[in-house]
Every structure is written in structure tokens, then in C-alpha cells.
Design a protein around this ligand. Sequence first.
Ligand SMILES: NC(=O)C1=CN([C@@H]2O[C@H](COP(=O)(O)OP(=O)(O)OC[C@H]3O[C@@H](n4cnc5c(N)ncnc54)[C@H](OP(=O)(O)O)[C@@H]3O)[C@@H](O)[C@H]2O)C=CC1
Ligand SMILES: Nc1nc(O)c(N)c(N[C@@H]2O[C@H](COP(=O)(O)O)[C@@H](O)[C@H]2O)n1
Length: 290
Amino acid sequence: MMQTGPHPPSPTEQAAYAFLSPHLPPPRSSAAPAVPFLTLTYAQSVDGFIAKRDGRPLALSSPFSSVLTHALRASHDAILIGVTTAVNDDPSLTTRCVAYDVTGAHGAQSPIPVILDSGLRTPVTAKVLRIPRTRRGCDSNSKVVILTTRDHDAEQKRALEAAGAVVVVVASDAHHRVDFPSALHALAHHGIRSVMVEGGATVIGNVLQSANVKIDLLVVTLAPVILGRGVHAVGGASAGGGSQPSEMVAEEETPRLVDVQWKQFGPDMVMLAKTARPSTGVEANGARGL
Ligand SMILES: NC(=O)C1=CN([C@@H]2O[C@H](COP(=O)(O)OP(=O)(O)OC[C@H]3O[C@@H](n4cnc5c(N)ncnc54)[C@H](OP(=O)(O)O)[C@@H]3O)[C@@H](O)[C@H]2O)C=CC1
Ligand SMILES: Nc1nc(O)c(N)c(N[C@@H]2O[C@H](COP(=O)(O)O)[C@@H](O)[C@H]2O)n1
């Protein structure tokens, strides 16, 4: 990392980029991929939860692993969340915990927020819509992208567009939600070459269950916290309180983790891995059969 700013990056920021850099998406100077490089990331308690049941934001990551998360954000064109996370957390999705990007350039650019929102439930007052950002080279003009289905309210679409979002209609899946492979293609069409999926649980479950989708990089922060109950990291809430893992596709199609590495950031352990889906032959950076 060649540092070009007024102050050197903190030791944690240096450690974060050193850990991440061999695994990050290719630079924009390389050829555009057919589908964006896909990173799936989240922070979970040691008993497997990413949130409590009350819907309030929950800080699991320490300030140290948050630096790593923000370095990851700075290294992707877009950051994708489900609409429930947008509503519950009203997140910023910025890179405020890092000062540099992976090349050492000062001023880490925040990624373009993308929200999967089949029925346009995103509030027009959402914080992400009010934060100005510039992401070099992306056609969407660095506006928030809301991916929806045909089953949306036209008035709400106009309101979100007036609030600064780009609303894109894509195919729906069998559950009448935004079809995830179609979402990736729509983002590629908008010049987005790398996407960091941050959650929540329903989105994480859907990505892991989508046999046609290759997860190029998996980054999981394990926080030394026991919640007892909550929203399970993979799949979300179940009836009867608490939550439980969703049922995966056939066992032989669940992603296999390869090249696994662990590093401690403050009290948290962070795991990096590539994935492969053995029975489908889906390899790095390719959605199969599209
Ligand atoms: N610890 C961590 O790292 C993180 C924690 N969280 C937490 O997760 C919680 C929310 O998780 P959860 O309730 O599961 O909600 P999600 O944020 O995963 O949003 C799920 C909703 O997104 C919409 N959606 C549209 N298309 C899709 C698709 N293809 N796949 C999945 N969802 C789709 C659906 O709503 P619709 O049908 O209306 O379109 C769906 O119900 C929050 O409380 C947040 O704090 C979130 C991110 C990271
Ligand atoms: N990495 C990570 N650790 C946690 O403890 C978290 N709660 C989350 N949540 C995700 O980050 C979003 C908040 O982002 P801002 O701080 O507002 O920029 C939240 O909405 C989840 O997507 N992530």
C-alpha cells in the first residue's frame, strides 16, 4: 500500500488492507466481467445471530473489525442490502472508518448502495438517499440503486426517484422477490463490477441458496458475544420466536469454503474464504446459465 495522504493509515487499517488485498475484486482497469465480482459479508455472534429480534440496529463488530468492513466497502463498487435492513437500521453504508483505499490513495470512496426492494418499502427519508457519494467509473452516477419487481407502487417509485434513487425493475423469483441473478445482471448493466452483499439474513440465505450464483469472497466477522436468540445469520426469522437457519438447497450444492484464512481484529475473528459449488461447477465470478 503506497500511502499518499497527510497521515499514515492506522495500524489496523494497514492490517485490514494487507489481509484483504490478495482477495479483492480486480481493478477497474481490467476487463469488465459479465456479472459483478460478488463478496458476501456479515458479522455474527458466536451462537450464529446477526441481530436481535427487536429490529433495532445491533453493533456486533468491534471498532477494529469495523475498519476491515469499511476497507471492504471501499474496495467494491456497490454495497447491497435487503429492504428490511434499510428500514430497521437506516444505515449510512459509508467508508468513514478508513482514510485510504487499497491502492493507497487518500480518501476511500464509499460504495453505491443497492437495495433489494420488491414492493418499494424503502422510506424516501432513508439516510442513504441523503448522503452524497462519488464512485469513479460507475454509470449509475453514484445514486442509490433500488432493485424492484413489476409489483411495485408507481407513486412510490416516483417519490424515491425524486429523493435521488435510481429505481430499476428486474425479474421476480418464485417468492415474488427480486430475482438475485437478474439483480446482478442489472447491476453489471449499470457499470457496477463488484458488489458487497452485507445482509440481512434473508438476503444472505438467498445468496447462499442460489445455486447459479458464485460467491467470489466470503468474509464473516465472529464477535465474542452470545445473544441466545435473534435473527439467525442465514435465513432469518422463523415463526415461534427466535430464528433458525434456512434450509439450504441440496447438500451437495451448498457452497464449499476453500482457501480459508482467519485473522484477529481486536476481540473479533475474521474469516476470509473463496467458495465453490461442487455439483454445479460454478466457479469464480460467473453466474451459471444466464
Ligand atoms: N450483523 C450484520 O452483519 C448485519 C445485520 N443485519 C441485520 O439483519 C436484519 C434484517 O434481516 P432480515 O429481516 O432477514 O431482512 P433483509 O435485510 O435480509 O431484507 C429481506 C427483505 O428484502 C427483500 N428482498 C427482495 N428481494 C430479495 C431477495 N432476492 N432475497 C432476499 N430478500 C429480498 C424482501 O422484502 P420485500 O419482499 O418487501 O422485497 C425481504 O423480506 C436487520 O435487523 C439488520 O440489523 C443486516 C446486515 C448485516
Ligand atoms: N460488519 C457489521 N457489523 C455489525 O456489527 C453490524 N451491525 C453490521 N451491520 C451492517 O452495517 C450496516 C450499518 O452501516 P453504517 O454503520 O450505518 O454505515 C447495517 O445496516 C448492516 O448492513 N455490519
